[in-house]
Ligand binder design. Sequence first.
Ligand SMILES: *[C@@H]1O[C@H](CO)[C@@H](O)[C@H](O)[C@H]1NC(C)=O
Ligand SMILES: *[C@@H]1O[C@H](CO)[C@@H](O)[C@H](O)[C@H]1NC(C)=O
Ligand SMILES: *[C@@H]1O[C@H](CO)[C@@H](O)[C@H](O)[C@H]1NC(C)=O
Length: 732
Amino acid sequence: MTLPSVLLCSGVLICALFSSTTCEEQRGPGDKLLVVTVATKETDGFRRFMRSAKHFNYTVQVLGRGQKWAGGDYLSAPGGGQKVRLLKAALEELKTKEDQVILFIDSYDVVFASGPKELLKKFQQAEHKVVFSSESLIWPDRHLEDKHPHVREGNRFLGSGGFIGYISNIKEMVSDWTGQDQDSDQLFFTRIYIDPAKRTSINISLDHKCRLFQNLHGALDEVVLKFEDGRVRARNVVYDTLPVVIHGNGPTKLQINYLGNYIPTSWTFESGCTVCHEDLRPLTDLKDSKHPVVVVGVFIQQPTPFVSVFFERLLKLQYPKNRMKILIYNQEPHHQRHVSSFLQDHGGLYQDVKIIGPEEETGGAAARNRALDVCRTDEDCDYFFSVDIEVVLKNENTLKILIEQNLPIVAPMITRVGRLWSNFWGALSGDGYYARAEDYVDIVQGRRAGVWNVPYLSSVYLLKADLLRSELKDDLFTSRLLDADMAFCHNFRSKGIFMYVTNLHSFGRILSTDNYQTSHLHNDLWQIFNNPLDWQERYIHENYTYIMKDKLIETPCPDVYWFPLFSDVACDHLVEEMENNGGWSGGGNVDKRIQGGYENVPTIDIHMNQINFEKEWQKFLLEFVAPITEKMYPGYYTKCSSPLNFVVRYKPDEQPLLEPHHDASTFTINIALNRKGVDYQGGGCKFLRYDCSIQAPRKGWALMHPGRLTHYHEGLPTTAGVRYIAVSFVDP
Ligand SMILES: *[C@@H]1O[C@H](CO)[C@@H](O)[C@H](O)[C@H]1NC(C)=O
Ligand SMILES: *[C@@H]1O[C@H](CO)[C@@H](O)[C@H](O)[C@H]1NC(C)=O
Ligand SMILES: *[C@@H]1O[C@H](CO)[C@@H](O)[C@H](O)[C@H]1NC(C)=O
């Protein structure tokens, strides 16, 4: 058998099993200590281990690479005998000095918190030839409890996941091994330890107070992160120790993932995230045609606001469209028009387009499985990018950023505005649901920026296709017990594949879909309460925020203010909504809709309450008009109480103009909803006292003027087309 003599993995010296001489020549500074570990597979956990080993210049020998693991599933049953067999064989081969110190540890769930020097010093201080990690829980045979020596303070039981000792003593210890690969290594070492004769002759003790080793199982409450100058350690608060080797043994994999986000220097207060910029896959210099192929899965599983805006954003995503294949799963008939209008207008830009429509009656989990299959079975597919329809991706570079991060699966962190809700969990409760991690709030609020190993993510993520063809071949969303999203994450966790969320950039947010009514033509107009930010972006004029800053406000007539308020879309939606309602008043003096039932100066109009838009309009006045009113008419505070809000229609053959009149208001808002010269001719508004007219109203701009006494005014004749304005009589 020929094996490579020296393997270099991520810069760490790894000695292959049968080549200890070559190995010795290349020893690093940590050469008094040889770390030996068994890793049949290069898992994400193994890479994390090696990164921490490299950081401290440990010399690591990896046993069992590429071999089949027969040591059992340590989560469900004892096992691990294979590790002892491999260690025994390796030690027999190893030609080294008798005083060589060996550290034998697991690697998938271990990180180093400090270097070889400290470890060796603490080993010397333990004054034994072999020192095992300790545990507070006895496992796997609790009948052996009484046989364990009593300890005054500290853990009483042996943990086989980590020990350190002189090679000769360790050789002696493992020489008796004749067990099977699936037998328990922990039981084997425990039996040696509880045998007083062997304990003494091999000279074994336990690291009772976690000075060298911290096993996390049974000790979760004992361990906290300790941030010190530029590095992070774990501190055992019960024994006040700073262990060197941190081991997420047994069911504490998520805890070691959490600690591993920091230890030893992955994230520090001084430098932020240091691992975020390692092993990237840069796209910057690539030609479009060399970009990885991404299957983008869009999932519509409930009526959702701003779906047309979602597709506008998808279109703006910075990525070569001929390297994207779009797959849209839409369960909602209501959204079919949005989907088809997007595909009709832009579908041709993409390399491929597929739809799973409501008529297929495919469930959510099945659809997601199918979507993954599309990527899995398409040999061109490099990535699967999953986006749920309620995700608002504000960052046009999201896809590029995620690809460049080069991780198995990574989600851009998105949050719900003003809430602590996000698309990841930092921890899991005992029954697998959400639990708050200690750093959750800092991450969600961006005080800690990085790329975080987390147990659960959802809503939007990028997944490497080769995983789908290797370790994740099954239907990942299918489960008899779990919801689809939880089943998906469970599959990653059980395979030891790390899931990451990044908040290195700001990516966007997630919409609230609560109580989304689809009974109107433009339902999004009603979203001012549920999704105020999205409502504002959609419906408020893009220059509204500059009104005050840049003095965008104009005074076309005395005490008449003119400013941009509505977006074009807002104007169009409101007009279309009114025309769709069609309940235009007759323009007579008798009007049952108003108090008193008599209108002095009637218009052809529809009141906001006829389309159930009263509450929303009120909110809009308060949020977007009141601040301007109070600026322009100082000392006047408006409650924006406004019982009369309506859209007026002027038409040459219907009602072209409005006679001079006062408004029944303290002040009036008059928003032009369409464009002079394009949609109509004529129109405008004249204030008689000042002999001042606004001849060319601007679409989306509002006029604000006092209602009574001074601002007697008239609506000038519309001579062609149709003119619409939205009017509010505020504070009558
Ligand atoms: C590891 O070794 C390198 C090169 O010899 C050295 O620059 C670095 O300081 C060492 N790191 C530690 C933590 O000792
Ligand atoms: C165990 O080893 C230490 C030094 O490593 C030594 O001082 C001690 O006497 C040994 N104990 C026995 C029982 O041999
Ligand atoms: C907003 O202001 C900018 C700068 O004056 C202008 O170019 C742009 O057209 C304005 N937007 C709208 C919708 O009028």
